[in-house]
Design a binder for this molecule. Structure first.
Ligand code: SF4
Ligand code: SF4
Ligand code: SF4
Length: 315
């Protein structure tokens, strides 16, 4: 096996995918002695783009700098991996697509209620584009690795497969496949927020009236959240069934499942998920695949929620 060189780049993102690679490096080097990390914003001070076998790109496209950096990576690297939910789907920043850049600047800087108001970023920073976009809207992507960040086991397997010239072993299973909690019918009658009560550690969250997105989320993490007492928020993005089948949708799938497991009405669950749509759809909101689904109503749901909030009551 010849020497494998790796470049990484981060676009608009939280840096979490790059911080996660610090663990990964040791694992790569222990098995693949030939891998050489060249450009990596958290590890090296190389700002140009040397030719490389593999390019890992995290982050979404949000401004001109992101576009140029993505193009440079594509030119320099034989294979480009969209690394993390931001690069694959647009990530949590995709929730910004329902606001204009001016609204975002006002909320974050000028009219921020929780900090001293600050002026927006200077002209030295490229302005926000009107929409967040996934990496493949700008360059061709060879492999998609969703996750927020992706579990090192999946990144590792993808790199080895590319180096060995084979297809990575990926699965289409949902997070539930790796969750040990039991789905069982209960007499639960009310929806519960994540911070209400103490969930039974053995029983599926849906059976207890808590929203858990595990059944509509692709497993790229081995289910750490439900295993540690926290419902899945869908950070790895939706399963292929949800993404590709026109009539399947996150809120209706969850509502169907939870209403069968409890005595909570399906419509009540759907409505509850719509009221918190910005959270439940945020990781994948910027993709065409989700954007063409019922999420085109998302602005209406959020405006209704905001109106209820300002009126000081519940819907
Ligand atoms: S995918 Fe998650 S961890 Fe990675 S950069 Fe985006 S928000 Fe951060
Ligand atoms: S819905 Fe959540 S708690 Fe229930 S089995 Fe799936 S991942 Fe586990
Ligand atoms: S269990 Fe869900 S929220 Fe937690 S890491 Fe996996 S996909 Fe993300």
């Amino acid at each position: 096996m010849g020497e494998v060189t790796v470049n990484t780049e981060w676009l608009s993102d939280c840096s979490g995918c790059h911080v996660a690679i610090v663990d990964l490096h040791e694992k790569i080097l222990s098995v693949l002695e030939a891998v050489r990390i060249q450009r990596c914003p958290v590890l090296t001070d190389i700002k140009d783009y040397p030719p490389a076998t593999v390019g890992l790109v995290s982050g979404a496209i949000r401004n001109e700098h992101d576009r140029q950096a993505a193009l440079e990576m594509r030119k320099a690297c034989d294979l480009v991996i969209a690394w993390g939910s931001c690069a694959v789907f647009g990530g949590p920043a995709g929730a910004g697509n329902i606001h204009t850049p001016d609204e975002i600047a006002a909320a974050v800087y000028l009219e921020n209620k929780t900090t001293v108001p600050a002026p927006p970023p200077s002209k030295m920073v490229s302005p926000l584009e009107s929409q967040v976009s996934p990496l493949d809207s700008v360059v061709e992507v060879d492999l998609y690795l969703p996750g927020c960040p992706p579990h090192p086991a999946f990144v590792f397997e993808a790199l080895i497969a590319l180096v060995e010239g084979r297809q990575p072993e990926v699965n289409g299973r949902s997070v539930c496949a790796k969750c040990k909690r039991k789905m069982e019918k209960t007499g639960v009658e009310t929806l519960r927020s994540h911070f209400e009560g103490v969930p039974d550690p053995e029983r599926c969250f849906l059976s207890q009236g808590y929203t858990c997105l595990g059944s509509v989320t692709i497993d790229r993490c081995l289910a750490p959240c439900p295993g540690n007492g926290v419902p899945c928020t869908g950070c790895a993005g939706a399963t292929m069934q949800i993404l590709t089948e026109p009539n399947r949708d996150i809120r209706t799938e969850i509502a169907d499942r939870m209403s069968r497991l409890t005595r909570i009405g399906r419509d009540e669950i759907v409505r509850s998920l719509e009221r918190s749509a910005k959270s439940h759809y945020s990781y994948t909101m910027a993709t065409q695949m989700i954007g063409n689904k019922p999420t085109f109503h998302i602005r209406k749901w959020i405006e209704e929620e905001q109106a209820d909030f300002e009126a000081g009551g519940e819907a």
